[in-house]
Ligand binder design. Structure first.
Ligand SMILES: Nc1ncnc2c1ncn2[C@@H]1O[C@H](COP(=O)(O)OP(=O)(O)OP(=O)(O)O)[C@@H](O)[C@H]1O
Length: 252
């Protein structure tokens, strides 16, 4: 694996009132890497993701994407530069079909204005591209189903297809397994495993089976600080990590 940093976070700090939620965080995500960010509830994982995506402004520190400082960039500019973010909740439009949702993402990435669907559905190139992304997540057969009628796990797959349609260099995945049953989680793990190498991923996840199945490296966040950043095997055997997780998720 080449070790080109896609993302470099340096000494990032964020305080909410009395709580130092991000405390001098250094983090590097290399190209093609699946980098997991784990830590107990309230450790500051989502806040860190939000700062990288541009939703929350850090108090100090820097964030670089492919060596360029993006600290002053809007969310939209970061998205155009290749950062895609998935949320803990479904964010697709339930009253539209799977195809229409992915078309929206394809259309936005292609730089089109939103003309809505009648003309877009006639644009064979855009539809073909949308179908390709639906196929990549195994949802091509359900392209005409209203997203609201799909099972929760299927809706999450549509979201991944929408993220892929923006051709990201870095996917920020905030608890993609949340709310999924065991079979759906397994399917999602398989999907991310298959996407390995197509883009870098920063994965926030409480499902330790998924984390240890997918991660090339793991950063452990505790009280806003990176406690350790290492390979899954080293993280698993690290006594400090075990201590931080006492009474929380099992990491066996
Ligand atoms: N906008 C905000 N204003 C004030 N406090 C906030 C805000 N956002 C988050 N916090 C606080 O910051 C801390 C870290 O929250 P965050 O959601 O980043 O943790 P997390 O590690 O993602 O937790 P979880 O695993 O439970 O999702 C928590 O104490 C939370 O209450």
């Amino acid at each position: 694996m080449s070790a080109q940093p896609v993302l470099k976070v340096n000494q990032l700090c964020k305080r909410f009132g009395a709580i130092q939620v991000t405390d001098r965080v250094d983090l590097v995500v290399n190209s093609q890497e699946i980098h997991a960010l784990i830590g107990p509830n309230g450790a500051g994982k989502t806040t860190l993701i939000s700062q990288i995506a541009g939703e929350v402004r850090p108090d100090s520190g820097s964030i670089e994407l492919h060596g360029r400082s993006i600290g002053g960039w809007s969310m939209a500019r970061r998205a155009r530069a290749g950062i895609s973010r998935s949320y803990q909740i479904n964010s697709s439009i339930t009253a539209f079909t799977a195809l229409e949702n992915v078309l929206l993402a394809v259309q936005a990435h292609a730089g089109h204005n939103f003309h809505f669907f009648r003309p877009v559905l006639r644009d064979r190139n855009l539809v073909e591209r949308a179908c390709m992304f639906l196929d990549r997540v195994g949802m091509l057969g359900l392209q005409n189903a209203m997203v609201g009628t799909l099972a929760y796990g299927q809706q999450r797959l549509i979201e991944v297809a929408m993220a892929l349609a923006t051709e990201p260099g870095l996917m920020l995945l905030d608890e993609p397994m949340a709310g999924l049953g065991p079979a759906e989680s397994e399917r999602m793990v398989e999907l991310f495993d298959n996407l390995r190498g197509q883009c870098a991923m920063l994965l926030v996840e409480h499902d330790m089976d998924a984390v240890f199945a997918l991660a090339d490296r793991i950063s452990v966040l505790v009280y806003g600080q990176v406690l350790v950043c290492d390979t899954p095997a080293h993280v698993k055997s690290n006594p400090k990590v075990r201590e931080a997780y006492l009474g929380d998720e099992e990491i066996d």
